[in-house]
Design a protein around this ligand. Structure first.
Ligand SMILES: *[C@@H]1O[C@H](CO)[C@@H](O)[C@H](O)[C@H]1NC(C)=O
Ligand SMILES: *[C@@H]1O[C@H](CO)[C@@H](O)[C@H](O)[C@H]1NC(C)=O
Length: 479
């Protein structure tokens, strides 16, 4: 009998690839007779970085296959800096004929039950349509973000102004009022190409056969209700929403994770006392900001584990290149490492975040509000200070602070700079005050709710089996 397969198509950044593979693993857990094929697009700015990961997955999970799409090269013109999202969209659009070819090849030996794409890969919706394959989105931010994105075409209709020129709160179903200035950067200016592109995919998403969301119902019930009641896509049916999370990468199985020096250091610290500061793989600070952060952290007198990356350069063309290891003594204030060595550890570039967050010593997390980090903190029950840097992180701060109540806000000046007093104040607030205690208790409750959502009869497996009804029809091996 013909093998049933799902084709997953993530955009190139490794974080997106990992999320897709995790989704594939989850689906296989419930439907082991399926096979999964992941389409791989070479990353335009850091080619090759995904290879070791892909290699490990291929070796350990025989039902997941990787299909490399031929490389598309775009001329990069350093005199014309563009949003990195625009470059991505160009590549993903030019990929379409290659995606179609790949799907045709795969369907010679397997029956493709669905194409699952991430939001950046919207262009592939057309290919799925050509080949009559159901297309679903895997949305890797929260339900509240989804409510906002699906409502974007409606927001677009209500005004002729760009968000950057609106000094007011936006009214969006299912989420707290949001300042227009908190909208994701690429959506700020409607005269820009990137605005058109993103608006296009928000509208495409509303027309897909379903949206899989990496979140869980009890974390964001209000947004989910607004979505299922059709309030976010007012003039058409809303696609079914499948909340299957929290789906968290269980490490990539490499030994470096389990043996990282910071883990044994954490084991020697008292429970609930260490603040983790870590800002994802694309979150870069200026040299001045790093110094200011160090001063605030020192004044806070808290224990800390700080993941420091090399400072951002002004050269935009280098922004996505791999960074050299940071030279800590030249980046941090003089004597900082020595003065804080009894209560702080600075790690260069990277730490195994899932393992770190699960250590009892961790009592707080200053984060850029990337959704994966948020879910990791929520599952571990670690309260956050929300310090957004890019993408949809500013709106996440609003959702985390005002709706989910699992974080305190870090407040920046108009130019984006966060001074040392603010760093000190928020870190202390989280670790020492009643306000911090409330956030901590709520985060613990949400951690319990996450476990319940994932339990056998929980909301997430239920969503997953509903999803499977889409492709189960001929899946005789499951019977
Ligand atoms: C610290 O937390 C761990 C895990 O929750 C627990 O087993 C241990 O007893 C705690 N230690 C202290 C001193 O409370
Ligand atoms: C530090 O930043 C906070 C928040 O932006 C601001 O309220 C405060 O006045 C600043 N403090 C100093 C000393 O600049």
């Amino acid at each position: 009998m013909v093998k049933q397969t799902l084709v997953l198509y993530p955009s190139p950044p490794i974080g997106h690839l990992i999320s897709m593979v995790e989704l594939g693993k989850l689906i296989l857990k419930y439907h082991p007779s399926l096979s999964i094929t992941v389409l791989v697009t070479a990353s335009p700015y850091s080619p090759g970085t995904t290879a070791p990961y892909i290699d490990r997955v291929s070796k350990t999970i025989s039902s997941i296959h990787f299909h490399y799409l031929p490389t598309i090269s775009l001329p990069l013109d350093p005199s014309k800096p563009r949003h990195h999202e625009t470059i991505l969209f160009d590549i993903l659009r030019l990929n379409n004929p290659l995606v179609q070819q790949a799907l045709e090849t795969i369907s010679q030996t397997s029956s493709i039950k669905a194409l699952i794409i991430d939001a950046f890969c919207s262009a592939a919706l057309e290919v799925a349509g050509n080949l009559n394959i159901p297309a679903l989105y895997f949305f890797t931010s929260g339900i509240s973000d989804l409510a906002l994105f699906l409502y974007c075409p409606s927001l677009h209709e209500t005004t002729t102004k760009s968000f950057k020129d609106i000094d007011a709160y936006l009214d969006i179903p299912g989420v707290p009022p949001l300042l227009a200035s908190d909208m994701p950067q690429p959506l700020m200016d409607r005269s820009e190409e990137i605005y058109e592109i993103i608006l296009g995919f928000t509208s495409d998403m509303g027309k897909s056969q379903g949206i899989i969301v990496n979140s869980f119902e009890s974390l964001e019930p209000r947004a989910l209700k607004a979505l299922t009641e059709g309030l976010c896509v007012p003039h058409a049916p809303t696609p079914p929403i499948y909340c299957i999370g929290p789906l968290i990468a269980d490490g990539d199985g490499s030994a470096g994770n389990k043996n990282h020096e910071c883990l044994s250091w954490l084991d020697s610290q008292p429970n609930g006392t260490v603040v983790l500061l870590s800002f994802g793989s694309m979150g870069l600070f200026s040299q001045d900001q790093l110094k200011e952060m160090a001063i605030g952290l020192e004044k806070s007198e808290q224990r800390f584990l700080w993941v420091v990356r090399s400072p951002a350069t002004d050269d935009k063309t280098k922004h996505f290149m791999a960074k050299p290891e940071p030279d800590l003594p030249s980046i941090l204030p003089e004597g900082f490492l020595d003065r804080t060595k009894d209560r702080g550890l600075v790690v260069k570039s990277w730490a195994p975040q899932v393992e770190v967050l699960s250590k009892p010593a961790i009592g707080g997390f200053v984060t850029h509000c990337g959704w994966n980090s948020v879910l990791e903190a929520v599952r571990a029950g670690v309260p956050m200070v929300a310090w957004p840097l890019y993408a949809e992180q500013r709106i996440n701060r609003v959702f985390l602070v005002e709706e989910m109540k699992v974080a305190l806000p870090m407040v920046e000046a108009e130019d984006g700079f966060v001074n040392s007093s603010e760093v000190e104040k928020r870190v202390r607030e989280l670790m020492e005050t009643n306000e911090g205690k409330r956030v901590r208790e709520q985060t613990r409750r949400m951690s319990e709710a996450a476990k319940a959502a994932l339990s056998e009869s929980g909301s997430s497996p239920r969503a997953l089996s509903k999803l499977a009804e889409l492709w189960k029809v001929y899946d005789t091996e499951d019977m």
